[in-house]
Design a protein. Structure first.
Length: 234
């Protein structure tokens, strides 16, 4: 199936799994399209809006190639017969751990936010999942909610397994409110939660022990605890 979409495209012409993967994914913008679709089906117009600079023809070309390669497919998400959305096939979904790994690795190289840089709050959805420290998961079942600009998502920990989901928590043990740029800076280690709280860019509410457990799960500096306690009143 994957070979179908490769016709007419540049190739490394190397009989190797990595080279073959790059034949499919190595073009500019491709992995960012995958990033967007890891959060669920998206329409062409939605992808275009969240990938500023890609250009309409280039996006259409990339999407067609990925569909032909078996990485994406078009679906009628709402069953209305209207405009179709794009979603990842099982082959595309298999990229999730690799894309998350790259996203976490790339935090090492995140610099200061420049005027020309774009940041989207829903990118925090994947950033949180990429930050999981799997050896530091709490055995306590609880939920942590994140309000990043106008997007709300949560981590639900159940049975020692954390999962990220869209939408608010019914009973959040911790609620974090911040903006998208600050969220990225915290994840990249360029600012600690404590520094962001002192500067007014982050608000933490909830049980202090839950805050500590969330920080540990995400590999964040637990120095936020004293400030969180002061803000939450616990």
């Amino acid at each position: 199936m994957a070979q179908t979409g490769l016709a007419g495209k540049r190739s490394y012409h190397q009989y190797c799994g990595l080279a073959s993967a790059l034949d499919v994914l190595g073009e500019r913008w491709t992995l960012l399209i995958i990033r967007e679709l890891l959060m669920g089906p998206r329409r062409y117009s939605e992808l275009l809006a969240d990938l500023p600079g890609i250009g309409t023809n280039l996006l259409a070309d990339r999407l067609k190639f990925l569909v032909d390669s078996g990485v994406l497919r078009q679906v009628d998400v709402h069953g209305t017969g209207g405009r179709l959305s794009y979603e990842l096939t099982p082959t595309g979904q298999a990229l999730r751990p690799m894309v998350l790994g790259l996203a976490h690795w790339g935090l090492e190289f995140v610099g200061d936010l420049r005027a020309e840089d774009t940041v989207r709050p829903h990118w925090g959805f994947l950033a949180v999942e990429a930050m999981f420290q799997w050896d530091k998961i709490s055995p306590i079942d609880e939920s942590y909610q994140f309000q990043v600009d106008d997007e709300v998502f949560r981590i639900d920990v159940a049975g020692g397994v954390p999962r990220v989901a869209k939408g608010p928590s019914e009973n959040a043990a911790m609620v974090a409110t911040t903006d998208a740029a600050t969220f990225v800076r915290i994840g990249a280690g360029r600012v600690t939660p404590l520094m962001a709280m002192v500067g007014g860019q982050l608000k933490l509410e909830g049980d202090i022990d839950a805050v500590l457990r969330c920080c540990e799960l995400l590999g964040l500096d637990a120095g936020a605890a004293p400030a969180a306690q002061a803000v939450s009143g616990h």
